[in-house]
Design a protein. Sequence first.
Length: 143
Amino acid sequence: MNLQTFRYAAAGGANTLLGFLVYFISYEYIFKGKEFDFDFYAFKAHSAALFTSFCITFPIGFFMSKYVVFSDSTMKGRIQLFRYFMICLFNLVLNFILLKIMVERAHIYPVLAQVLTTTIVILFSYLAQRHFSFKAGEEETTG
């Protein structure tokens, strides 16, 4: 395992564990299984916990990716942030859809369903972050 993959696994693993912790606390203690109706959409507790977790782990994940994992990238920070956000948004939507299917259709306990959906998203996320958000400069990849 090369150093960058190790750093991705360590930083991503720590951020993922933080996400699970925030999800669990949000689901079990803050939202307590209630539904939150905003007129345009009613969030169930498992969905609200997912969005709460995203709001906390997104900035932490970006800074860890930028400064710890993919520090070799020469791309401007605002471009990295935009690309990182786009991939995270896609991951959030994928996670949301899978979570809804597992919780509402398959009747899997929401915290377990969140763990399962996260494992599905991790591989895509690494490849997308490495080859899109934090792509190394041409001189670094050829030389």
